[in-house]
Ligand binder design. Structure first.
Ligand code: AMP
Length: 181
């Protein structure tokens, strides 16, 4: 599940996973928990997450490899917040190949930037300043938009209108997934 800050990825992840009975992997959530628990990963990731910067690819790739090794991923999974760079997208395919898995579909929640900014401000956590929100949007534009160009020619990309209310977004995702398969 791809999308910018405030695009509703987390909400849609929960809805789809409970409907499909497969685990949801929220990368931002894993990082925030690691920071609270002050683990090795948490210590390394903290300065980046707190400033709205991207955690270095090498660390993220290790983290995802470990997550996908867990038993619950055997019958499928949905992830959100990953991949966030073209390099992560490419590496994810290598990791999946190693594990005898493959990525079927990348769902892109497409929103107007003004809507993303507004939603991010509304739900912002106590340490989210306007400046950090702006930085997240900028990184999304610069680093994550290129991920679309990775999946599109591979015929894996579904574009969904994320400007709508959550029920309508969910319905559109389900419709597109059934047309796709
Ligand atoms: P999120 O909850 O998805 O907005 O993620 C919160 C923060 O975690 C981001 O602002 C980044 O600092 C970090 N993060 C999450 N996913 C990634 C990723 N795929 N690559 C690098 N950093 C990430």
């Amino acid at each position: 599940m791809l999308g910018g800050p405030g695009s509703g990825k987390g909400t849609q992840l929960k809805r789809l996973c409970s409907r499909m009975g497969i685990p949801g992997i929220s990368v931002g959530e894993i990082l925030r928990q690691a920071i609270v628990s002050d683990t090795f990963l948490g210590k390394k990731a903290k300065p980046y997450v707190e400033h709205g910067e991207l955690v270095p690819d090498e660390l993220m790739i290790q983290l995802m490899r470990l997550r996908l090794l867990q038993e619950d991923t055997q019958n499928g999974w949905i992830m959100e917040g990953y991949p966030r760079t073209a390099f992560q997208a490419e590496e994810l395919d290598f990791v999946l190949e190693d594990f005898g898995q493959r990525l079927d579909t990348a769902i892109y929640l497409q929103l107007d930037e003004a809507v993303m900014a507004e939603r991010s401000i509304e739900r912002s956590r106590h340490d989210d300043t306007l400046e950090i929100i702006q930085r997240r949007l900028e990184l999304f534009r610069e680093r994550t938009i290129p991920v679309l160009a990775y999946y599109e020619p591979r015929q894996k990309l579904l574009r969904v209108n994320g400007n709508q209310p959550p029920d309508a977004v969910e319905a559109e995702i389900r419709q597109q997934l059934s047309d796709f398969s």
